[in-house]
Design a protein around this ligand. Structure first.
Ligand code: ADP
Ligand code: MG
Length: 321
């Protein structure tokens, strides 16, 4: 194992069944063909050791998460994942680490029928940049600027578990009952399959990556609207409820759950006449969805607590700078 070409050949080369990859692995660029009636959607996200994951995170979890966060972006606009580029910077050639990283990568590529078509391999602080590309039927993509007054606001899954998982890890809580939160942090589940069909019933979606408060803010800003959210309807897992019972006198810390991010759930809007269909769709996918509020006129984000009062959030999401 003496050059990056050996590493690429051994750990970043996978067979797949896609017939739309014309050139991959070896040439200066990869080349793919995009069907005429489809739109190509492209996204990229970087995961840096100690910024996006604790240093001791397993290589399997790092590979999994690096891809999932990108698939979550594709899901947010309703795209079916197709191709991936991987730019990785490694502090050293650790074959045991690479083997595990590669196995996890391979598993997830297979699961979603994605082809790894190229990348870049360099030496440096551990950092993984994935670029994911996906396809969506023309004119069906969901955009954050398409929310309309009166639309209902929905989210998938539960919110805030990943934030609690990180909190548990950083504070070294040794508590089996918080394990689901740690799993949610390390193994987020992009809502790819649900989103592929959601495009028929929703025009506007975003993935919750920076916390619901910040991400709803992106929707209201782009769509020139306001939103009201009822915290009593916001989905909270039983693990999170357990945490607040044990450590917080049973008072839910909404700021913790809604401003820290890493949820990778979808937040989307639905007009009243599509609500039944969307709830049926979620049932078919065995996915929990919750209606948490409604799009309003104006430009304000209003969060109503259980007592009917307004909850204010001073910190509205993770910011790098
Ligand atoms: P170049 O010098 O043209 O930038 P590289 O030496 O960086 O090419 O990469 C050689 C080939 O290997 C390219 O086709 C590139 O896409 C592919 N490649 C490099 N790193 C990775 C990786 N981590 N995963 C998949 N393919 C990779
Ligand atoms: Mg290169």
């Amino acid at each position: 194992m003496n050059s990056e070409f050996d590493i690429i050949k051994k750990y970043f080369t996978f067979a797949d069944e896609r017939t739309d990859v014309l050139i991959a692995g070896g040439d200066d660029c990869a080349s793919v063909s995009v069907p005429k009636n489809k739109q190509l959607l492209i996204t990229t996200d970087t995961l840096i050791s100690d910024v996006h994951f604790p240093e001791e995170t397993s290589p399997e979890d790092i590979a999994y998460k690096a891809i999932m966060v990108n698939l979550s972006d594709l899901a947010a606009m309703g795209a079916t994942p197709a191709w991936l580029m991987l730019a990785i910077s490694l502090p050293q050639v650790d074959e045991a680490w690479l083997q595990k990283f590669s196995a996890s990568l391979s598993e997830i590529l297979k699961r979603f029928n994605i082809s790894l078509i190229g990348g870049d391999t360099t030496k440096g602080h551990l950092s993984i940049t994935v670029q994911a590309m996906g396809l969506c039927d023309e004119n069906k993509i969901m955009r954050r600027d398409q929310a309309k007054t009166g639309d209902k606001v929905y989210v998938t899954g539960n919110l805030g578990d990943a934030a609690l998982g990180l909190h548990a890890l950083l504070n070294k809580f040794d508590d089996e009952q918080l394990q689901p939160c740690i799993t949610k942090l390390n193994r987020p589940e992009a809502r790819v399959k649900f989103a592929e069909e959601l495009v028929s019933y929703s025009d506007c979606a975003i993935d919750v990556s920076d916390g619901l408060v910040a991400d709803l803010g992106h929707i209201t800003k782009a769509s020139h609207c306001g939103v009201k959210v009822f915290l009593s309807q916001v989905p909270v897992s039983s693990a999170a409820r357990y945490y607040f019972e044990k450590h917080h006198a049973s008072v839910i810390d909404w700021s913790m759950l809604l401003t820290r991010g890493d949820d990778y759930e979808l937040c989307f809007t639905v007009s009243e006449n599509n609500e039944l269909a969307v709830n049926d769709l979620a049932c078919q996918h065995d996915l929990k969805i919750s209606c948490i509020g409604e799009i309003t006129d104006g430009s304000e984000l209003k969060f109503f607590n259980e007592q009917g009062g307004l909850e204010n959030f001073s910190n509205t999401g993770f910011k790098h700078f």
